[in-house]
Write a protein that binds this ligand. Structure first.
Ligand SMILES: Nc1ncnc2c1ncn2[C@@H]1O[C@H](COP(=O)(O)OP(=O)(O)OP(=O)(O)O)[C@@H](O)[C@H]1O
Length: 233
């Protein structure tokens, strides 16, 4: 059964430059994690004691001010960063849509990029080929599918990435708010697709500043502030 459990997870970024803060301890705004010192180095504590549990069918919206730790949390869930403390337990095949340009080759066609993206996500060439037409249809890119990826607009790139990732049906889908790059009709379609994924017992985690998008797509909302969970509802 698909699930995500985080227990007291923390993540510390270490800065290797030699830095001196002009006024240590001053905090002018609620932005960002906490800056601290570890030996002679500065560190930024981006996540601090984060605990929550998600089960099959949950769609979690991650919100919070700039620097609150949303992207860091997604990267920890995807396994890009190992937590500095605490434990994570994930059951299910995870795919992520963070940055449209990650995992896509600008010179390769949309079609070729679908194959590359699928292979990176652990699908076989035969599985990808079987889903190819469905992915192209969902993206509505038409003849553009045979043009290089670099010729796509932001929204077109978002359509291709979303179509590929969701047609290949990950059990857990992690997303940043770039999905907002799609136009209104695509966003409507994307929401239906996410509903279907969640109904098939998947889990979706979406980080966004767009409250309306979170309300449309998610069933739960986790607010982060300075790396800590402020609320979960
Ligand atoms: N590579 C890095 N090195 C050092 N600190 C970092 C690094 N990446 C992020 N941080 C710090 O970690 C904290 C959390 O950043 P993160 O990008 O996770 O926030 P966010 O909630 O996604 O912000 P935004 O809404 O602005 O995208 C911030 O204080 C940021 O300064």
């Amino acid at each position: 059964m698909t699930s995500i459990t985080l227990n007291n997870v923390s993540l510390v970024y270490r800065l290797f430059e030699k830095l001196t803060l002009s006024a240590p301890g001053r905090r002018r705004s609620a932005l960002g994690g906490n800056i601290a010192k570890s030996g002679t180095k500065q560190v930024v504590q981006a996540l601090d004691g984060v605990s929550f549990e998600l089960k099959a069918g949950d769609r979690l919206g991650l919100v919070g001010p700039n620097g609150a730790g949303k992207t860091t949390l997604l990267k920890v869930l995807y396994g890009i960063y190992q937590p500095s403390g605490g434990t994570i337990s994930i059951t299910g095949k995870v795919d992520a849509l963070f940055n449209i340009h990650i995992g896509f080759r600008p010179e390769a066609t949309g079609r070729r990029n679908i194959v590359l993206r699928g292979l990176i996500s652990g699908w076989t060439a035969a599985e990808i080929e079987e889903k190819m037409e469905e992915i192209i249809d969902f993206s509505e890119l038409g003849d553009f599918i045979d043009l290089p990826f670099k010729a796509y607009s932001q929204g077109m790139a978002a359509r291709l990435a979303f179509a590929a990732a969701t047609t290949l049906e990950p059990e857990i889908l992690l997303m940043d708010e770039w999905i907002g790059a799609g136009d209104a009709s695509f966003q409507e379609k994307a929401k239906r697709r996410m509903d279907e994924l969640a109904e098939k017992a998947g889990i979706i985690v979406l980080a966004s500043h767009d409250d309306a998008l979170i309300r449309r797509v998610c069933t739960k909302k986790l607010t982060l502030r300075a790396g800590r969970v402020e609320s979960l509802a």
